[in-house]
Design a protein around this ligand. Structure first.
Ligand SMILES: [Fe+2]
Ligand SMILES: [Fe+2]
Length: 179
């Protein structure tokens, strides 16, 4: 085997950053839905939330495996996302089912854009990873659609709540790529 070119090195570092942040994001998403269910487990939307949570668990399991197989260092922020994800899910759920769904729209739209940027960046490289991202992005869009159909936009203060959660998610993405 020949020595890796410098370009391969930086490409690998880029892919590792992608897997690190996606692992963190799916970890946080699973915790958000857990927080929502802790509050809304008897509500009319509980089955929809369980469906989304179950899909997030598959996403997380996939990235757990990728972190192991490709020897990616997970973000040091996981303990923080453990708490912050649950708190975000539970706090919006306490405001009501519509607010929980508003949180879902904000989170899933941010993840959709994030996955789209990664898919574009990968181009023709890493076809397996790209396929995984495309599949998951489809499910995140489904989650957004479920939340929109559940009257997320009728939440009082929707625009402000949505903007705050989007900003928080983008900060979380930036930190989890680096740390
Ligand atoms: Fe996900
Ligand atoms: Fe999702």
């Amino acid at each position: 085997m020949s020595a890796p070119l410098p370009g391969d090195r930086s490409r690998e570092a880029t892919v590792h950053r992608m897997i690190r942040v996606d692992h963190a994001g799916e970890y946080g998403a699973a915790r958000i839905y857990a927080g929502q269910l802790a509050v809304l487990r008897r509500g009319g939307k509980a089955d929809l939330i369980r469906h989304m949570r179950d899909q997030e668990q598959v996403h997380l399991d996939t990235f757990n495996a990728l972190v192991g197989d490709r020897r990616v260092r997970p973000t040091v922020l996981l303990p923080f996302w453990h708490l912050a994800g649950f708190m975000l899910g539970a706090a919006t759920a306490v405001l009501g089912e519509r607010a929980a769904m508003a949180c879902t729209v904000a989170v899933e739209e941010t993840i959709d854009a994030h996955y789209t940027a990664q898919i574009d960046r990968l181009g023709e490289s890493e076809p397996a990873l790209r396929g995984t991202l495309q599949k998951f992005r489809g499910e995140e869009r489904e989650h957004r659609d479920i939340a929109l159909a559940s009257e997320a936009e009728l939440t009082p203060g929707y625009r402000l709540l949505s903007a705050a959660i989007r900003a928080g998610c983008r900060t979380a993405i930036g930190l989890s790529e680096r740390l």
